[in-house]
Structures are given as structure tokens and as C-alpha cells.
Design a protein around this ligand. Structure first.
Ligand code: ZN
Length: 136
């Protein structure tokens, strides 16, 4: 399987996010001291600076804050997908997440639209989250 788009580089901090994604679960890094949930992962909690953090599977749900539809591919691998839409999502747990939107009707996108994560395995190692309008 050849994947022609950029792929995330796994490092010790981000690896648990991708391990959860491979299981079809959306993960956030959560501080065990102050319970702050955040993405992307960081070496120390951005709220209290504790290094005592772990990754947890969370709801994978949020609301659409904004979106943009691309009609030009800035990376050759995206040409077959044109036009494609990327959304800014406020996750139910608080963090913002930028992600490709799938399974939607363009005229139904609106501010605060409930969305949920779905997952697409693109290589043996990487499963990418996407967001679609919430089905329930
Ligand atoms: Zn903290």
C-alpha cells in the first residue's frame, strides 16, 4: 500500500495517540495532577507543568467551529481528493483539533455542528482520525 500524503512522525510523546487511533479510539493527553486534557501531547502539562501525564481514550466528539474547502492541492498526494474540507473542531473535552471532514453534505455544515471521529487506516503503522457529522 502506497500512501502519497504526508504522514505523522511518531515520537515517544505522540506514539500513544496513534496507538489509540489504530484501535479506533480518539486520545488526549491528560495530566494526572490537574486533569487538564490537551492535544498535541507535551512533555509537561501546559496548565500546571507537571510531567505526570498519560494518554486516555476520550469521546471523540466535538463541535465544528470553522472549516475551509481546498480546491488546490499543495501536496501532490491530495490531488485525487480535491475538493476536500478541513474543519476546526472543539472537542467535548475542550481542546481544539484540526482535521479532514468526511461523510458530510457541504450545505449542511454549520457553526457548532456536532461531529465525531472516524478512523482510516492509511499504512500498516498509521491510522488517521477524520471527523464527520455526528450520527447520534
Ligand atoms: Zn496539569
Amino acid at each position: 500500500m502506497t500512501y502519497a500524503k504526508p504522514l505523522p512522525v511518531l515520537d515517544p510523546i505522540s506514539k500513544p495517540f496513534w496507538a489509540l487511533a489504530a484501535q479506533g479510539r480518539f486520545g488526549l493527553q491528560v495530566c494526572t495532577k490537574c486533569k487538564d486534557a490537551h492535544y498535541p501531547g507535551t512533555p509537561v502539562c501546559p496548565n500546571c507543568l507537571s510531567s505526570d501525564q498519560r494518554w486516555e481514550a476520550v469521546s471523540g466528539r466535538g463541535q465544528l467551529l470553522s472549516w475551509a474547502t481546498f480546491h488546490r492541492a499543495y501536496w501532490k498526494g491530495f490531488e485525487p481528493d480535491l475538493p476536500f474540507t478541513v474543519g476546526l473542531i472543539r472537542l467535548d473535552e475542550g481542546p481544539l483539533f484540526v482535521c479532514t471532514l468526511v461523510e458530510f453534505e457541504a450545505d449542511k455544515l454549520r457553526l457548532d455542528l456536532p461531529v465525531e471521529a472516524v478512523f482510516e487506516k492509511v499504512t500498516d503503522e498509521i491510522t488517521l482520525p477524520r471527523f464527520r457529522p455526528s450520527l447520534g
